[in-house]
Design a protein around this ligand. Structure first.
Ligand code: EPU
Length: 336
């Protein structure tokens, strides 16, 4: 096995944080991973590196998961069943599906990261969550080195949440994800306001999968920074859910506060709005700051440390708590 030493992880995390791995290995097959786990169980896994903030050097062996491959398990005239290995790039997989006319994940275009991490936080955007297309997740149990399968139901999916962030956190390595996608009669989701506006501006009345994907790409590019240019990890916080009673109180002071009804007693508030109201949007502190077009995104302009960005996140959390009485939950994994 090809172990490397003292490797910079700057190119392995979308925040572009330059911490080092004492030891590092790239693994490109399930077999290789199982062999490795026989001798090393205390590992730090890195895949697309798109949902983590690294605040210090990694002492454990860093395992870069790079298992590639897509296979069609089954299909009929309406549906295709696919299994995709964990190391495939998410956006490239979405583009491939769009080109093949496989529907269901086109709204999730341009989300950074790899296929293997999409179930962990149940990635979602523009009215679609990946959980609605996942049929099963295959993973290696680190303790025994055995391959196990999680059905969709067993994944306990929720908003930016799954069993992999909770009960079994750190116990499994996801090696592949299986999807069920449509081949015709696609259920298009263009209800999200910005998608509608984008399609209307192009005079598109009967959108194809590609039209939706293109619209999402255009919207994301206009709001969210490209990690290749400005380091970031997408939404840094979750949108908080608060009691309707608290919301009605806040509405007295902030008449234009946006909200989405969750139930009779709860509403979700866009964290980006709260952060913007608190005056943070577009603020830059030397090497890091808050994105100018979407306040939910913290950015690294080049040489920021993970600690600096984490301290900024804490400052924002405190500010929002003081100003609105709302606790913002961090969505990105903080590695410290
Ligand atoms: N808003 C502001 N200021 C901002 C940002 C947002 O006032 O700086 C308000 C606006 O009123 C807007 C509302 O917040 O109408 C919602 O904003 P947006 O449509 O940009 O969505 P979001 O709730 O901020 C969520 C996801 C994004 C996803 C978008 C689109 C979370 C934590 N984030 O953001 O996901 O792309 O919806 O569906 O749920 C990610 O997870 O990395 C991510 C980018």
């Amino acid at each position: 096995m090809n172990f490397k030493e003292n490797i910079s992880l700057k190119n392995y995390n979308t925040f572009g944080i330059s911490v080092h791995a004492k030891r590092f290995i790239t693994v490109d097959s399930v077999y290789q991973l199982q062999q490795l786990l026989k001798v090393e169980k205390d590992i730090f896994l890195i895949s697309g590196g798109s949902n983590m903030l690294l605040t210090k050097d990694i002492e454990k062996l860093v395992v870069h998961l790079d298992i590639k491959g897509i296979s069609i398990d089954n299909e009929d005239e309406n549906t295709v069943y696919l299994t995709v290995n964990a190391g495939e790039n998410w956006h490239e997989f979405v583009l491939w599906c769009v080109a093949e006319n496989y529907g269901g994940i086109e709204n999730l275009s341009l989300i950074p990261g790899n296929v293997g991490t999409c179930p962990i936080q149940n990635i979602g955007a523009y009215g679609v969550e990946v959980k609605d297309t996942i049929t099963k997740v295959e993973a290696i149990e680190i303790a025994r080195g055995k391959l196990v399968q999680f059905s969709n139901e067993n994944c306990n999916f929720g908003y930016r949440n799954s069993i992999f962030k909770n009960e079994v956190k750190g116990k499994y390595i996801i090696t592949s994800v299986s999807f069920k996608l449509t081949k015709r009669n696609h259920i298009l989701n263009s209800s999200y306001g910005a998608i509608n506006t984008e399609l209307t501006s192009k005079n598109i009345t009967k959108p194809t999968l590609k039209d939706i994907s293109d619209a999402v790409i255009a919207i994301r590019k206009s709001k969210l920074p490209d990690p290749k240019e400005i380091g970031n990890s997408g939404s840094f916080f979750k949108n908080p859910v608060i009691a309707t009673t608290q919301f009605l109180e806040l509405q007295k002071d902030y008449t234009n506060i946006p909200s989405y009804k969750i139930s009779e007693t709860e509403v979700k508030i866009p964290a980006g709005w709260l952060i913007e109201q608190a005056g943070f949007k577009g603020k830059r502190y030397g090497n890091y700051g808050i994105h100018e077009k979407q306040a939910l995104v913290l950015v690294n302009y080049g040489n920021a440390t993970g600690k600096e960005i984490y301290l900024l996140a804490k400052k924002i959390q405190q500010n929002i708590l003081d100003k609105f009485g709302i606790s913002l939950e961090i969505e990105v994994n903080i590695i410290q």
